[in-house]
Design a protein around this ligand. Structure first.
Ligand SMILES: NC(=O)c1ccc[n+]([C@@H]2O[C@H](COP(=O)([O-])OP(=O)(O)OC[C@H]3O[C@@H](n4cnc5c(N)ncnc54)[C@H](OP(=O)(O)O)[C@@H]3O)[C@@H](O)[C@H]2O)c1
Length: 321
């Protein structure tokens, strides 16, 4: 039987990003009161329209601000994460993926908050991760689970896709700008992309489900693809004729070193290192959530052609209400 859901006062860190904006829509449907913490309230005014949502501007590394935003809260969700750091060497990753969860756990303890949902990543491993991203994500996950009095659930997704994603959308934009031959680094890297709607649903169902306390869940979609297959599928969905040519390892590494010097770091050496290990799950989507995960083929073509995906998400949002 489905565990009974009751409305909570939930504080969400990282709720303004891609996953967060889908999760907020899902959680408002369960009538939770949401406090979304951001560095810049004005930049996210599209979220203000959601019912029972409060935007709080705060520096998450300032203990006083952290205390203030956690006032009156009974559930905390941490989605804060970065794929690339401004400097090199791992310090930026450590600050966001390890130091912040540590401060958050301490703040939850001092406020008596007993429920935490933490976003990690598939491949996160403090000791054996291939990249700074994976090692710091692993360390942060361990930190999140370190306090015995907090009921923690961690989520470890493969690449997440859906309207507003930065995976299929990024390749779509690169493919549009690259006529003819498309050179692709790490073409044989394997992924099992998971739909953002399924990730959001898993969070929503986990909140009151005691079976998920203390657990760490790998989340994958139903199929495994190589990166080359995913990029070819993207081109095909957009009706673009492109020849995707896989680069060998040396050229892949060189491309990473070149692109990490470009504005916005479209690809970095740390990304390259993360891709040296397959990003796929060992089992099916966790049975505890009762979700049949959607396939890439059934979702991606519905949003890839949309020019303004923020408007598309807003339309989805109004249909749900
Ligand atoms: N997308 C994927 O494919 C994927 C796969 C596996 C795991 N994950 C994990 O899922 C989480 C969400 O991913 P996403 O794709 O939604 O990311 P995103 O769109 O880049 O959003 C990141 C969020 O983190 C916050 N943030 C970033 N740097 C911050 C800082 N220095 N101080 C305070 N807040 C900061 C941002 O808040 P403001 O800008 O509003 O302050 C934003 O809401 C991350 O932890 C990521 O590692 C993502």
């Amino acid at each position: 039987m489905e565990p009974q859901r009751r409305p909570h006062r939930i504080c969400i860190f990282g709720g303004t990003g891609f996953v967060g904006s889908h999760l907020l829509t899902r959680l408002t449907a369960d009538r939770h009161h949401l406090r979304v913490v951001t560095r810049n309230r004005e930049r996210h005014h599209d979220l203000w329209v959601l019912p029972s949502l409060e935007m709080a501007e705060a520096n998450i590394f300032d203990p006083k601000s952290l205390d203030e935003v956690l006032e009156g809260v009974d559930v905390v969700i941490n989605l804060v994460g970065i794929l690339n750091e401004r400097d090199r060497g791992g310090k930026g990753f450590t600050r966001i993926h390890v130091d912040f969860p540590r401060r958050l756990v301490d703040a939850c303890l001092s406020k008596g908050i007993r429920r935490l949902l933490h976003m990690s990543a598939l491949g996160a491993d403090a000791a054996y991760g291939m990249s700074h991203y994976q090692r710091t994500k692993g360390e942060g996950e361990n930190v999140a689970h370190s306090a015995a009095s907090i009921r923690v659930t961690s989520f470890r997704p493969s690449v997440i896709y859906g309207p507003g994603d930065s995976f299929f959308n990024r390749f779509a934009s690169l493919l549009r700008r690259t006529p003819g031959i498309f050179p692709l680094a790490c073409p044989q890297a394997r992924y099992a992309p998971v739909y953002v709607g399924d990730v959001a649903e898993a969070y929503a169902r986990a909140i009151d489900n005691s079976r998920t306390y203390g657990q760490r869940y790998d989340l994958c979609g139903p199929h495994v693809y190589t990166l080359k297959e995913l990029v070819e599928f993207t081109a095909q969905s957009l009706g673009l004729k492109r020849k995707v040519v896989g680069l060998n390892d040396t050229l892949s590494r060189m491309q990473a070193m070149l692109l990490e010097r470009m504005p916005g770091k479209p690809f970095s050496k740390d990304n390259y290192l993360s891709m040296q290990r397959d990003n796929v799950c060992e089992g099916p989507f966790p049975e505890v959530f009762g979700i049949t995960p959607a396939s890439v083929e059934s979702i991606v073509p519905t949003y890839l052609g949309e020019q303004d995906q923020r408007a598309y998400i807003a339309r989805l949002r109004s249909r749900r209400r």
